[in-house]
Ligand binder design. Structure first.
Ligand code: SF4
Ligand code: SF4
Length: 283
């Protein structure tokens, strides 16, 4: 089983368009959407949820109004001013230290586990997919990404799938490190702009640090040929294989609007280039 992760230094480079295309091309695979901050692979793959679970982290106090006699002890001891004057806990201020629950003479305070995210195993028209949703205002520590990846790997092993195709988290922090760990290859998707070059350079350094082999593709390369030349030159000097240059193509937008991958929507030039990129990263 081969793990192929598609990453970019930042969002908006067309990474998900390429990942969804790989889902349409590859046979015998499990998809893993590790872009849990801004998951959008499901928009193209329309998953049907079969199994789900929660990521829990930390605790928040909760007062049972039927048991509370308003003695004020919890309000006195809370250093975080999380107990409001009406004896309702402010969940944003509560640090989950449990002090209030220990001093409450009526045992009216319980400590509830915080749900910080949800993970799903789904069926799509291209086969199984594991994806997740981070809770509102929750920080992405990479834990949810690790759950998505390990579920996808387990599923691939159980199904005898040849590939796990991972839509990686953008950026260079913990989520992207979690995305690329154990990958057999990372395909970096960049765009021909100065910031695209800069972001690709940062993510290349992260992948190299973790000894993950890398290949690169330039998306919409023809929008700035000079910058594309600079990126190719950089790749030559750094021994990075540029496995394809995807042109700007309005058909890509048309395909997305109709809820299809470019592979399903068109047999044109862009679809052929993406097929060649898949051949290069999957062999
Ligand atoms: S310590 Fe218990 S009984 Fe007293 S105010 Fe707080 S919750 Fe109510
Ligand atoms: S758990 Fe700690 S922080 Fe939260 S309300 Fe109780 S005493 Fe305050």
């Amino acid at each position: 089983m081969r793990q192929i992760v598609i990453i970019s230094g930042k969002g908006g480079t067309g990474k998900t368009v390429i990942t969804a295309s790989f889902a349409a091309i590859a046979e015998s695979k499990v998809m893993a959407d590790c872009d849990v901050d801004a998951a959008d692979l499901h928009l193209l793959l329309t998953p049907e949820i079969k199994e789900k679970g929660f990521l829990k982290s930390g605790k928040t106090a909760e007062i049972d109004p039927d048991k509370c006699v308003k003695c004020g002890k919890c309000l006195e001891v809370c250093r975080f001013r999380a107990v409001q004057s009406n004896f309702v806990i402010d969940p944003v201020s509560c640090e989950g230290c449990s002090f209030c629950s220990l001093v409450c003479p009526e045992r009216a305070i319980s400590m509830r586990e915080n749900v910080t995210g949800e993970w799903f195993v789904s069926n799509t028209r291209f086969g199984p997919m594991v994806h997740a949703k981070l809770g509102i205002a929750e920080e992405n520590s990479g834990k949810l990404v690790n759950i998505v990846k390990s579920k996808a790997k387990e599923l691939a092993q159980n199904n005898g799938a040849r590939f796990v195709i991972v839509d990686g988290a953008p950026g260079i922090g913990c989520p992207v490190i979690a995305s690329i760990s154990e990958a057999d290859i990372a395909l970096i998707v960049t765009e021909p702009t100065i910031s695209g070059m800069h972001d690709a350079d940062r993510v290349i350094k992260v992948a190299r640090h973790f000894s993950v082999p890398i290949k690169l593709t330039i998306n919409k390369y023809d929008l700035n040929m000079d910058m594309s030349d600079i990126i190719e030159d950089y790749c030559r000097k750094n021994n990075i294989d540029v496995v394809g240059k995807v042109p700007f193509d309005e058909v890509v937008v048309e395909a997305m609007v109709s809820g299809k991958t470019i592979i399903e929507y068109s047999a044109g030039k862009t679809a052929q280039i993406i097929k060649k990129i898949w051949n290069s990263v999957s062999s």
